[in-house]
Design a protein around this ligand. Structure first.
Ligand SMILES: [Fe+2]
Ligand SMILES: [Fe+2]
Length: 262
């Protein structure tokens, strides 16, 4: 089985490039299942229902989220109607939505977990201690376990990757919007990459108009963020998973750029 996973889809440029290119990427790479991170899909902040429907009308099977999950408040009321959308598991109870979902696909149970880190992130419960007592049940309920670890600090991400080694099929980072080049199989066979990058504007500052961010850096004053225009990128990974042992044979980075006339 081949699973395509794309990093944080940012605003209209991210959604538009998926409309144009996703089907082709899936066909060219014989992809069976597609996961995207959707926490920035609506104007860079959260996910509206309209945009969720738009993305799910594409060949996208699951959408993971992150710290921006509740920035479009309508998702709070609607998330339970969309089992394809997975929010970080470490939000306190009661919280709508789920942080772990199982998808039945090609006779496999694909378990997808979304977890937030703690370093330079919202004050949520510890992902290490949260997942520890759940690991047995998760292992018994899924053939393939995929974890989107949404975090800022490379140290926390690498430590979590090692902590999950041999338990998860793959652990990949999201949130920084910058792809790292450290994809590999860890000693016990778990596929790992610190960050898969972003799907959206190429010529901005992690998705936002660069002039706004430079001015904000110069003046030390907050400015209203506007999505960057121009060229775009699609960032992510492809996992090739063995049919019999459900282990990753290969983890390959996707880093495509496209010219857009603005
Ligand atoms: Fe993000
Ligand atoms: Fe984030």
């Amino acid at each position: 089985m081949k699973i395509l996973i794309l990093g944080d889809v940012f605003g209209r440029p991210g959604r538009n490039i998926l409309q144009k290119q996703l089907a082709q990427i899936i066909n060219q790479n014989d992809i069976d299942f597609t996961i995207i991170n959707g926490e920035n899909a609506s104007g860079g902040n959260g996910l509206t229902i309209k945009n969720a429907k738009e993305l799910l009308s594409l060949p996208i099977d699951a959408i993971t989220m992150g710290n921006h999950v509740w920035h479009q408040k309508e998702l709070l009321d609607a998330i339970d109607d969309y089992p394809q959308i997975i929010r970080p598991l470490n939000y306190p109870d009661p919280c709508p939505g789920k942080g772990f979902q199982i998808f039945h696909h090609l006779n496999k149970r694909i378990g997808i977990i979304n977890l937030s880190g703690q370093i330079f992130m919202p004050n949520l419960s510890c992902p290490f201690n949260l997942i520890k007592p759940l690991m047995n049940d998760i292992k018994n309920s899924a053939d393939i376990i995929i974890i989107d670890f949404h975090a800022e600090a490379t140290s926390e991400k690498i430590a979590f990757g090692y902590y999950m080694d041999g338990f998860a099929t793959a652990v990949y980072g999201t949130h920084t919007h910058v792809q790292t080049a450290d994809e590999r199989l860890l000693p016990q066979g778990t596929a790992y990459i610190t960050d898969i990058g972003m799907t959206g504007p190429l010529d901005g500052v992690i998705g936002v108009d660069k002039e706004i961010i430079i001015e904000s850096m110069l003046t030390k004053r907050p400015k209203r963020f506007v999505t960057a225009k121009g060229n775009v990128q699609i960032n992510g990974i492809i996992l090739e998973i063995g049919e019999t042992d459900n282990k990753v044979i290969a983890i390959t980075r996707v880093y495509e750029t496209y010219e857009v006339q603005s």
